[in-house]
Design a protein around this ligand. Structure first.
Ligand SMILES: Cc1cc2nc3c(=O)[nH]c(=O)nc-3n(C[C@H](O)[C@H](O)[C@H](O)COP(=O)(O)OP(=O)(O)OC[C@H]3O[C@@H](n4cnc5c(N)ncnc54)[C@H](O)[C@@H]3O)c2cc1C
Length: 404
């Protein structure tokens, strides 16, 4: 496993510069248009696919980077470009991580490529856990998966909500209840293959920010899927359920459920997205402060403005350090005993919200208009404190780790 380092190696620097070029030349100029259109930017996903940025290979290369810095570096650059478009590009990765975290080798090999499609026919994937009555409280999930032994099929029924790429995905990963008595320990993840009857898109949400990313309800009505679509396989599930039942009887330690494993792995990555948006807004504000003249001098020559920029720069660096530490720990197989993954997500997301608001202030009236990107970045930044566990939930996780 890689030693912890604060320096990207030459390969990583090359990838970073390549991604930065794509973010600056392709994403940034298109950001305002797709924000207004509130549609998935298929042409840009396709361009990313042609370049190899939207692909399983690229994602896997970053995911398995032994230093742990591949994913945070990639996320920061893409989200620096534009958060909505970037989420359309990396949203598939969340579903892919669901399969990588819980699936067998065979399932990974079969389904993950279908999540991406190929450069001539790009596809996306969705990870469906949240429900109308089960957001932060994952344990109150109601979507059921019932095994039909005679046919070796699972039958899914329920309504998922807030699914990124929900309904437009080629492959949906759905978390469902297999044993209601076990709470979140009785959940399992399933692949719903392309064009499976019974799965349909419900309401598509009109959002405050990241509007280029599609978010919708997914309705599951007697969705029949083959037995092999249970991630990890039936034997492993039966074993896990038996263990959970025994522990429940003995009142023993918590068993991690499938969805939580996915979220834990992806929290530092969300922190890195937030760092990208924060850095983008900070850079716009810094440039503006150097060139905007009031009272006969650039506004940065006022300590009131300069100190804001100093705080913004410091907090962005601090957020990145927390993200890199958590990403390195996850890759090095070190458990988050002090909830380091949650710390990185909590801090980076709050910094992104604050820094983007300060950027609006520094740009004055211009900051408040859509002529300049910082108001969009501020709207986008608001998502980071909500999805993949709200800030309050991160604080719960961190304080529980402290209280142990
Ligand atoms: C744009 C977008 C994309 C998303 N993408 C996905 C996706 O792809 N897949 C998916 O499964 N989900 C997705 N989500 C869902 C997201 O993870 C949930 O919105 C999030 O977990 C919060 O759930 P909730 O919205 O039901 O809020 P609630 O859980 O109802 O929370 C409401 C408020 O109460 C607070 N709160 C709740 N419980 C407590 C507590 N115990 N203590 C203190 N405060 C508490 C929360 O922090 C929050 O401020 C997405 C959401 C959005 C908005």
């Amino acid at each position: 496993m890689g030693e912890f380092t604060l320096e990207l190696n030459e390969d990583q620097k090359q990838v970073r510069d390549w991604l930065h070029g794509f973010a600056a030349d392709v994403m940034r100029p298109a950001a305002a248009e797709w924000d207004e259109r509130e549609e998935t930017p298929w042409p840009i996903i396709q361009e990313a696919a042609k370049l190899g940025i939207y692909s399983l290979d690229f994602y896997a290369q970053q995911f398995f980077d032994p230093t742990g810095l591949g994913i945070p570096m990639a996320m920061e650059e893409l989200f620096w470009g534009d958060a909505g478009i970037a989420l359309s590009i990396v949203g598939t990765g969340l579903a892919a991580v669901g399969v990588l975290a819980n699936g067998t080798e065979e399932q990974i090999g079969t389904w993950v490529p279908q999540m991406y499609g190929d450069a001539n026919d790009v596809k996306v994937a969705a990870f469906c856990s949240s429900e109308p009555d089960a957001g932060s409280d994952v344990a109150s999930m109601r979507t059921r998966a019932v095994y039909d032994e005679a046919k070796d099929e699972w039958v899914l029924n329920g309504t998922k909500t807030w699914a990124t790429n929900g309904g437009i995905a080629n492959v949906h990963v759905v978390v469902a209840v297999v044993d209601a008595e076990l709470g979140s320990k009785g959940h399992a993840s399933f692949i719903v293959p392309p064009n499976t009857p019974g799965l349909s898109q419900g309401q598509k949400f009109q959002k405050h920010g990241i509007r280029a990313s599609h978010t919708a309800e997914v309705v599951l009505e007697d969705v029949r899927i083959p037995g092999h679509c249970l991630l990890g396989g039936k034997d492993k599930l039966d074993e896990r359920l038996a263990r959970a039942r025994e522990k429940a009887k003995a009142g023993g330690e918590r068993v991690k459920n499938a969805a939580m494993a996915t979220f834990e792995a992806s929290r530092p990555a969300v922190g890195a997205m937030a760092v990208g948006t924060a850095r983008a807004a900070y850079e716009v504000a810094l440039d503006y402060a150097k060139t905007r003249v009031q009272f006969g001098r650039p506004i940065i020559e006022n300590q009131g403005v300069a100190f804001q920029l100093a705080d913004m720069a410091t907090q962005i660096d601090a957020a990145r350090l927390l993200v890199w530490r958590a990403s390195w720990m996850a890759t090095a197989g070190k458990p988050f005993t002090a909830a380091e993954g949650s710390m990185s997500k909590l801090y980076a997301s709050e910094v992104a919200k604050k820094v983007t608001a300060q950027a609006i202030q520094i740009l004055g009236g211009n900051g408040y208009t859509r002529e300049y990107p910082v108001e969009r970045m501020h709207r986008d930044a608001a998502i980071y404190t909500i999805f993949e566990g709200t800030s309050e939930i991160q604080r719960m996780v961190i304080s529980r780790a402290l209280a142990k």
